[in-house]
Every structure is written in structure tokens, then in C-alpha cells.
Design a protein around this ligand. Sequence first.
Ligand code: UTP
Length: 297
Amino acid sequence: MNEVNIAVVPVAGLGTRLLPATKSQPKEMLPVGRKPGVQYVVEELTRAGMQRLLFVTGPGKSSIENHFDLNEEMIQNLRETGKEELLEELEFERAPVQYFYTRQRQLLGLGHAVLCAQPFVGDLPFVVALGDSIIGLQAQSDIVRRMTRCFMEQKAEAVVAFEEVPAREIHNYGVAQPRGGGEVFELADVIEKPSAKEAPSNLAIAARYVLAPGIFNALRRTAPGKGDEIQLTDAIRLLIQEGKKVLGIRLRPRERRFDIGNYDAYFRAFVEFALADKKYGPALRKFLVQLLHETHP
Ligand code: UTP
């Protein structure tokens, strides 16, 4: 089987839960610590050996394209004004990866966004990484590499990353019904946004997938589901029902998923990343301790 080196990054969603911050800028460009969230996602994917990245974008997302462009003018300016030490902040522009963009012209759901990638992906297996979710503090995770390896070694049709979440949050996610335990397990079923009662486990889909191109056919046969959107989870469910090998893989304890799609999670992610920053973290920690002490003596 071909090595997996194409990644699709859906970023077309409106990000309404982060209004007003997302009125005229994509949520994926909000900073988490010093970098926009989507930069961590791209760095994770490049480290996992991805060579071509396709962003599925929508209206108002052009700053994502600008961010990954080479900006020779700015580099020149930094050199001329004696700010060479800042050049390393632009190193990411030189990552050995090619960027591509397509538009999801109607927001019909994540499944539909993935379907928009078909003309680009063709008959090859590919990774899907949600642009609004970072895996691991400072994106220190090799989950995508483990997933592609598992996909190839086990000749799977799909490999999906999962994370344990508390019961009160389970209704926000696609949820696994695992067959057996362990770090890698077969999926007996997967259910999109079940109630806590219906949920077959506490394992929630964690924003990373490796998919064989057969998913496109399944997506085309998937009717709109929860939220009246074409759900990727439902298409994966169809693969399972048709007897295809679909595997789940658990994130490790140090690979928490940072979802920046709502303020509660975004604020926490920002604080954690800023605290982990080598240069600014220690002073921020002192400041926070002092602030908390003053407000809650
Ligand atoms: P979300 O539902 O979390 O994103 O979709 P959203 O639609 O931007 O959020 P709210 O509810 O308005 O705040 C999960 C992922 O799927 C992508 C989003 O960009 C996000 O990465 N997505 C969702 C699309 O690309 N297209 C869609 O039609 C829907």
C-alpha cells in the first residue's frame, strides 16, 4: 500500500461559538500562546511526514493562506532593521511541504468538507486533521505517525484517534463502541453526538483520522445526520456496517486534545501553552499566582 503523505485540513466552519472574535478572522488563526492554532496542526503534520496539505476553506479564511506563504518582504525588513533574531519565528514558512487550497462552497458538514478533497486526493489514502484541534502541549505528539503506521500494517480502511472524555461532555463528539481494549482496538460502531445515556463508551473522536479513498463513496451515500450536516462519523459507521476494518487508537496521557472551538477550551489552551512557553512562561506563572492570590485571598 502507498505510504500516507497527504493531509486534508478542514477549516471551513464558521466558528460561531467564538463570536465576536471570529466575525472577520478564522478561529484557526487565533493565537494559542505565540502561534496561531493552525500552525501547530501543520507542524504536527509535517513532522508526521506529510508532504502535501490541502486546506478545505471557506469565506473569510484567506489569512490562513497568507500565514503559510513565504514572506520575503518581511524577512528582508527584519534583516535590514537588525532584527535577525526574529527570523527564526518565520522558519515554519520553509517547512518541506506543499500547500493546496480548495473551497467548500456550501457548509454542509465535516463529511461534505472531506468530500471536497476527492479531486485532489484521488485513489490515495490520506490523513484528516481538524484545523481547530491541537494534539499535545505545544503539539508534541506523534499520533499521526502512529496512525499511518497502524493503517498500513493492519491494512485498515480507516484509523480514528480517540480520547477519553467526561460523561458530561460526551454529547459533543463522535463516540466509539470498541471491540476489546488496548491502545489500538477494532470499532464495533461509532455514534455521532450521542446523549450520555446512549453513549457506548467515554471514548470521543479526537480530530485525527487516516482514511482509505473508499471513504468518498461512503460519504456520497451518507444522508445528513445530526445538525442536518453530512457527518464524517456516519460515513465511517457505514464502513463498519459493511464489514470494513476500522480501527481506533487512543491518545496517550501526554497527548491531550486541545480543541480551540469554544471559549472555555480556548482560554484553557491559551493559558497552558503560554505557561509552557520557555521565554514567557515563568513570568506569567508568577503573575497568575499573584493575581489569583489578590482576587481570592
Ligand atoms: P465544528 O462544528 O467544530 O466547527 O466543526 P464550526 O462549524 O466552525 O463551529 P461552530 O459550531 O460554528 O462554532 C469541526 C470541524 O469541521 C470543519 C470545521 O472547520 C472544524 O474544523 N467543518 C465543519 C467544515 O470544514 N465544514 C463544515 O461544513 C463544517
